[in-house]
Write a protein of this length. Sequence first.
Length: 145
Amino acid sequence: MEVNLPGGTYLRESTFGFSFLLTAHVVSMCLFFGLILMMDLRLVGIANLRTRVSEISPRLLPWQMVGFVFMVVTGVALFWAQPLRYFGKTFFWWKMGLMVLAGVNAGIIHLITHKSEAAWDSRAAKIAGSRFSPGEHRTHRGPPK
């Protein structure tokens, strides 16, 4: 049984429409989650150590939002093309639930780190982060001040 939503038939039955949409969805997910990973690795002191958190956050956040918007738009279009295929699957609902939890988590973390971005740039935060980073001890010189 198919649902014939406006445009859904085109996406479902076109030669390349669904494939391009699926590819755009995967690429936008990679962009979004890759940039989140870059930010998280910087916050724990593993990567991008030469760039301060207060500098990297404004650089990455707009691109994260672009990736998020494309991911949502392409995801909704994929669902629109075949709603009954996804609606009845438990995995789909688990994915949606986990995405909501991840969004809430990201919002909370963003609010916490945005309020204290200057603290993340401090020497104490760098030393705390170096406990997680195996390469940081080579660049740290002397006792903490």
